[in-house]
Design a protein around this ligand. Structure first.
Ligand code: SAH
Ligand code: SF4
Ligand code: F3S
Length: 446
């Protein structure tokens, strides 16, 4: 009998909150800590390190982080060596305050410092606390590229731009992610080719303002997002390109045109507007009007008539009247979104809107319900209209039912077929036969 302690690889549990960029960042952090001997686990109780990759966008998102942190105490009680880290936008916004409020936290790392994680982890192993919320000069992605050649799921995210210079009056992102920075084209292409080699067929380019992309081309020239998309279009084996999130003011002519001419660019566009009232848009510091947004969508639909539009809305922004809200409903009625995300305004300390008088909470709740009702109505109508059409579907995994395969259509609808001949990673034409609440049913066209 041996009583020696098992010394397998250390286990890392990551919980990701917030936007797709956090999903991408969690993958990078996992790879960075892989170099320190960590492997990922999906069981918190087994973990030697628990990392919360957090979101600061609304008050509720932040509360969730603190309540989740409190619940981690029981793991640390049974395993005192367990390291607990906080990454993401709450880490950036609150910094050392997190450790004061929740002393069981060992490590706090902001989004621009992830490449420093290995050193920081080593520091925690010496029993010290580690904190880094700098905006360093060096390119963190260059230091995060030690990627194992493991096989990947068919759809992947790739960050090409980070940060925001827009300063909408309600938003924390310019403070948590910093100024707009674009990655150079050659590094993005190398990463894309690597993803394709590992089985990826669809890449979603990410940025807080992805269409403000202005990376340096291989010859040093300034690239637009459209130019980058055309370079990616030439990557053999890559079948689909998407990008998110865009700002209406950065929707350049070449990007609109690409939606009509680039076959790999999928007919789906997330283009948040936030409100349909010019008075509110002005107070939000959005620097576009409802009319200019609608005209822009007209042009996009001219380029790609079957494009499915998606958007974000805030209701109950300070001083929003019923009339302002009606303007939002009118805009939604006109655009008819295939998807849209609507949120009740949440006061974020330090943002300009935080000083302004709030709308009555019950009125804001009521508006949110009405808006979501209208959005759901359009969403269903657009799904229903897919019945009878043939669309491309990228198959991603087996479905819940026996013999079922599920994937995403060109328009980003979830589609399932009762046919095992569709392999994971294949794009196949599918005729849609019926529409449900959350997905479409189809038949493979052989
Ligand atoms: N860069 C993107 C995403 C920003 S965050 C963009 O410009 O759209 C995603 C969404 O969260 C925003 O579009 C907005 O609708 C919502 N949001 C941001 N701050 C908010 C706040 N303080 N209260 C409520 N919703 C907010
Ligand atoms: Fe926030 Fe506005 Fe920037 Fe989007 S564009 S990240 S909403 S400040
Ligand atoms: Fe949240 Fe930060 Fe993304 S605040 S939405 S995780 S950029």
């Amino acid at each position: 009998m041996t009583s020696s302690k098992m010394t397998g690889p250390k286990k890392l549990f990551i919980k990701t909150y917030g936007c797709q960029m956090n999903v991408y960042d969690s993958e990078r952090m996992s790879e960075a800590l892989g170099g320190q001997g960590y492997v990922e686990t999906d069981r918190q109780e087994d973990a030697d390190m628990i990392l919360l990759n957090t979101c600061h966008i609304r008050e509720k998102a932040v509360e969730k982080v603190y309540s989740d942190l409190g619940r981690l105490r029981k793991f640390k009680d049974v395993k005192p060596d367990l390291k607990i880290g906080v990454a993401g936008c709450v880490a950036q916004a609150e910094g050392g305050e997190i450790m004061r409020r929740q002393p069981l936290v060992d490590l706090v790392v902001g989004p621009q410092s992830y490449h420093r994680l290995p050193e920081m982890e080593a520091q925690t192993q010496k029993g010290q606390k580690a904190l880094d919320t700098d905006f360093p000069e060096e390119d963190k992605f260059e230091h995060l590229k030690a990627r194992p050649k493991a096989k990947r799921a068919p759809s992947a995210f790739l960050t090409v731009q980070e940060g925001c210079d827009k300063f909408c009056a309600f938003c924390v992102v310019p403070y948590t992610r910093g100024a707009e920075v674009s990655r150079p084209v050659d590094r993005i292409l190398t990463e894309a080719r690597d993803l394709v080699e590992r089985g990826v067929r669809e890449i979603t380019l990410l940025g807080q303002n992805v269409n403000a992309y202005h990376g340096a081309g291989p010859d040093g020239s300034d690239y637009t997002l459209a130019k980058l998309i055309w370079d990616l279009d030439k990557v053999d084996g890559l079948e689909r390109i998407r990008f998110t999130t865009s700002h209406p003011n950065d929707m350049t002519d070449d990007l609109i045109e690409a939606h009509g001419t680039c076959a790999k660019l999928m007919p789906y566009l997330h283009l948040p507007v936030q409100s349909g009232s010019d008075r509110i848009l002005k107070r939000m510091n959005r620097s576009h009007t409802a009319e200019s947004y609608l005209r822009l969508i007209e042009r996009i639909r001219e380029a790609r008539p079957d494009i499915v539009m998606s958007g974000d809305f805030i209701v109950g922004f300070p001083e929003e009247t019923e009339e302002d809200f009606q303007a939002t409903m009118d805009l939604v009625e006109e655009v008819k979104y295939g998807y849209a995300y609507s949120f009740k305004y949440s006061t974020r300390p330090g943002t300009p809107a935080a000083e302004r008088p709030l709308v009555d909470a019950a009125a804001a709740d009521d508006r949110l319900q009405r808006l979501q009702g209208l959005i759901t109505h359009h969403q269903r109508a657009i799904q229903d209209a897919m019945v009878g059409r043939t669309v491309g579907v990228l198959f991603e995994k087996p479905g819940r039912m026996d013999g079922q395969m599920v994937g995403k259509s060109d328009h980003l609808h979830a589609v399932h077929v009762k046919d095992c001949s569709a392999a994971i990673g294949e794009v196949r034409p599918v005729r849609i036969v019926s529409a449900g609440t959350n997905s479409l049913a189809g038949e493979l066209i052989l």
